[in-house]
Design a protein around this ligand. Structure first.
Ligand code: TYD
Ligand code: MG
Length: 436
């Protein structure tokens, strides 16, 4: 039986189709040779398994190579691990190449860039005040050539950088640069090289805001560590966060500020708030702990009457399914008809993503405020996880957030300490704010 596989994304189909059902590309389905059972004897080609008694294994001590940037090292779990493959993702222009360059100062790297010339990289290094003793650079982008060049080096570099994975290609795959099949093949080859040579490998991957299923996200399960670099070009703050880490924690974050001369570490608990302090409907400030640090973000939501049979939910920076759950809680506990008659738009200011559930209460407060078209009290802060019954739960390190919030001058702090249920939220605001 004939079988067809998309050369862009690997989607399989039993019949030929002009347009791939998965990635939507035209004319990419190619017929594959029929599957054959190689041998009739069921024992032929079966590989013997080797069993090892774990107790006899000597535990290995990981020697890490510090990047020299405290915030970066903390996210990595103490520095780069030899042979580790790291995927650094972020939007184009957010500062990935900059942070990587800054993190290589104490190492001897080999840097493959399909994006910038040697002159550009050198200029930037000079502007950043980085003095490289051992830095090898190349503009070549064929993975087989890259691997050969590294295997032939007399002195092994500490770290291999690929900037970016989208610009690299393998001669063994005939789909275009940046296609999923190319990304996977190049990454697999890099992983094999890293495991064999024990060279730390840092792969830079661009992702767009929509998260594009077709991008480097599909590589996450292959690599050891996935680090996201978040932020918005209009804002100076950047967050570095490990989403997966085989050699370190996944709850640490690094905070940076983009300056004229590169990224500077931010040591204090950061406040990612808009400068304008105007109060407006739909704005709420939340306090959360990420890693071990209290952080403050602004959530903005809009609840507007819909013209669609199924209302729209556009959520940026918050967990989509959790926000749907919270909308259901609002409907059930407060009986607001958000489910049928209102589109909901939500956004975290600054292009950040809030992972902590401590933002639940603030999200609900902001949506009530938008729905009622009345601002929340000035200088108020919301901290709390919300359960299915609308109950407000205390969160991890709540006291630490409250302490910091007081220091920053928040006047009214709402949390499980003074609210039991989202119904209480309405009581407070209905009387004191909404119906003023
Ligand atoms: P870059 O590291 O090239 O982004 P990416 O590799 O993620 O695409 O950073 C690009 C932006 O950062 C660019 O718009 C200018 C800004 N930038 C600074 O503000 N200060 C600096 O010192 C540097 C090097 C860049
Ligand atoms: Mg770059």
């Amino acid at each position: 039986m004939a079988f067809f596989i998309c050369s862009n994304c690997g989607y399989g189909s039993g019949s030929w189709i002009g347009r791939c059902r998965d990635c939507g590309k035209w004319n990419t389905l190619k017929e594959q040779p029929a599957f054959e059972t190689k041998s009739k004897d069921k024992n032929e080609g079966v590989k013997k398994v080797t069993l090892t008694a774990l107790i006899k294994i000597k535990s290995q001590k990981i020697v890490r190579l510090p990047s020299g940037i405290y915030e970066f090292d903390r996210v990595l779990g103490g520095g780069f691990v030899p042979g580790e493959v790291i995927l650094l993702t972020g939007e184009p222009g957010i500062g990935k190449s900059t942070i990587v360059l800054q993190s290589l100062q104490k190492l001897s790297p080999i840097y493959f860039s399909g994006e910038e010339s040697a002159e550009q990289v050198k200029d930037r290094a000079e502007r950043l005040g980085i003095n490289f003793a051992d830095f090898l650079f190349s503009n070549d982008t064929q993975i087989e050539g890259i691997i050969e060049s590294i295997e032939n080096l007399d002195e092994k570099p500490d770290i291999l950088v690929i900037d970016s994975i989208q610009t690299m290609y393998s001669k063994d795959i005939d789909s275009s640069h940046g296609s999923i099949n190319q990304l996977k093949e190049v990454t697999k080859k890099l992983i094999m090289l890293a495991k064999k040579t024990k060279i730390t490998t840092l792969i830079i991957g661009h992702v767009t805001k929509e998260g594009e299923a077709a991008g480097p996200k599909t590589l996450e399960h292959l690599v050891d560590c996935v680090i996201d670099f978040e932020g918005e070009k209009v804002s100076h703050f950047r967050l570095l966060r490990a989403n997966k880490n085989r050699f370190g924690p996944t709850d640490e974050i690094g905070i940076f500020e983009m300056r004229e001369n590169g990224l500077k570490e931010v040591a204090n608990p950061a406040v990612f708030l808009e400068e304008s302090t105007d109060i407006a409907p739909g704005r709420a400030t939340v306090g959360v702990v990420e890693g071990h640090r209290p952080l403050f973000f602004e959530i903005q939501t809009l609840a507007v009457s819909t013209a669609l049979p199924v209302p729209r939910r556009v959520i940026k920076g918050l967990d989509y399914n959790k926000t749907l759950l919270l909308l259901a809680v609002i409907k059930k506990q407060l009986n607001f008809p958000l489910d049928k008659y209102f589109d909901v738009y939500a956004n975290v200011i600054g292009g950040f993503t809030i992972k902590s559930t401590a933002s639940d209460l603030g999200f609900i407060a902001s949506i009530l405020s938008s729905y009622k078209d009345t601002p929340l009290p000035k200088n108020s802060l919301y901290i709390g996880e919300v359960g299915l019954q609308g109950e407000i739960r205390s969160v991890y390190f709540e006291n630490k957030i409250i302490q910091e919030a007081k220091r920053l001058g928040f006047e009214k702090i709402y949390s499980s300490a003074n609210l039991k249920n989202v119904k209480d939220l309405i009581k407070i605001f209905y009387k004191k704010t909404f119906e003023k």
